[in-house]
Design a protein around this ligand. Structure first.
Ligand SMILES: [Cu+2]
Length: 163
């Protein structure tokens, strides 16, 4: 009984120290984060975004969303009208001082096992996990079915929601 209380107290004491050690400003900015509304009955969707990097090389390791059972990073090719998608397991490099773009027809975030269709007007929460920058929380703007994407709009402020 007393041991349990001690462990809980330690946990509370350690948590703030960890968040303080995180960089106060991230070098990553996510812009133009969006997805498309999906028709009723659809369990999959695709997310697109641009990551601008003012710092050293980083790597997008994975993504998740409370709205999807899982999110995979997918590569895509279209050769002679044959469309192929495949999971990219070891993540994507965000080049030093450069940017990484996930866009229709290419690399995308595949949302699988959606709990319900994606509706126009909602903002789809997404968590991105980076090798160096850690966790970045963003929201995907929902565009109409068939949309080619929004203009460049910040999805996260530098340093915001970084843990
Ligand atoms: Cu895909």
């Amino acid at each position: 009984m007393h041991r349990h209380v001690l462990f809980i107290a330690l946990g509370l004491a350690v948590a703030p120290a960890i968040s303080r050690s995180a960089p106060p400003e991230s070098s990553l900015t996510v812009t133009a984060a969006w997805t498309r509304a999906t028709p009723p009955g659809t369990r999959t969707g695709a997310g697109y975004l641009t990551i601008e990097n003012r710092g050293p090389e980083d790597r997008l390791l994975s993504a998740e969303s409370p709205r999807a059972g899982r999110v995979e990073i997918h590569g895509m090719s279209n050769t002679g009208g044959v469309m192929k998608m495949w999971p990219i397991k070891d993540g994507l490099v965000v080049p030093k001082g450069g940017q990484l773009s996930l866009a229709p027809g290419g690399t995308h975030l595949m949302l699988l096992e959606l709990d319900r269709p994606i509706a126009l007007g909602e903002k789809l929460p997404m968590v991105l996990r980076f090798e160096k920058a850690g966790v970045v929380e963003i929201e995907l703007q929902v565009m109409p079915l068939g949309s080619k994407g929004p203009g460049s709009q910040p999805a996260s402020r530098p340093g915001a929601a970084i843990r």
